[in-house]
Design a protein around this ligand. Structure first.
Ligand code: ZN
Length: 214
């Protein structure tokens, strides 16, 4: 009897006898020397779209922030609580990451909520409603398009939101300056949970394309 769900304890046991044995040196080196990831990933909280799984990455490789619908809010130094902006600040200014990748995904519940806002919030705080209101102008433009099917509207807004987040990254002065100097690159990608397909944003056109992985 422990104070942790059984499946987590079982998973931890597997980790200690499997992955920790295989990668123990790396964990110990990282503990001693600190982390120096080159890439920050901004991903959704969705349990099906974990960036460490998609990119098959090991300890110390990715600096990850996850929030509902992988959104970056605009730069707003207003003294409020900005968790994503805090993570960005640390990644860019302290870790000096070279890449920031915004990873969206198919069947995103946050995007679905933005397209069809619930009449009743999930709780009196309506935190999701407030958070997804960042996308309200894009959502209303997409949801008003009767030529698109529901699935097409969903995918469109998922991809538009990635471009929106990248545009907002550029509102952070430090990011804008470092990108201008060529020391920081911004990327977008969209992951299809069902097929495992990754679509990568063309940084010139903003279109999403399948990468060559052969
Ligand atoms: Zn999502």
């Amino acid at each position: 009897m422990t104070d942790l769900p059984d499946h987590l304890l079982a998973g931890y046991r597997n980790f200690m006898t499997g992955r920790y044995v295989a990668e123990g040196d790396r964990f110990r080196t990282l503990a001693r020397e600190g982390q120096a990831p080159e890439t920050m990933v901004i991903a959704c909280c969705d349990s099906r779209a974990a960036p460490e799984v998609i990119f098959d990455s090991g300890p110390g490789e990715l600096f990850v922030v996850r929030n509902v619908a992988n959104l970056v809010p605009p730069y707003a130094p207003d003294g409020e609580f900005h968790s994503t902006s805090a993570a960005l600040e640390f990644a860019v200014q302290a870790l000096k990451v070279k890449n920031i990748v915004v990873v969206g995904h198919g069947r995103c519940g946050g995007i679905r909520a933005a397209l069809a806002p619930a009449s009743e919030p999930l709780s009196p705080g309506d935190f999701i409603g407030k958070w997804m209101s960042l996308l309200a102008p894009s959502a209303s433009a997409v949801s008003g398009n009767a030529l698109l099917t529901a699935g097409e509207r969903q995918t469109a807004l998922e991809r538009i939101s990635i471009r929106y987040s990248i545009a907002n990254l550029r509102t952070f002065p430090c990011i804008n300056i470092l990108e201008g100097k060529g020391r920081l690159k911004l990327y977008g990608a969209w992951f299809d949970i069902s097929t495992g397909e990754l679509w990568v944003m063309n940084r010139q056109t903003g279109d999403f394309e399948r990468p060559e992985i052969a």
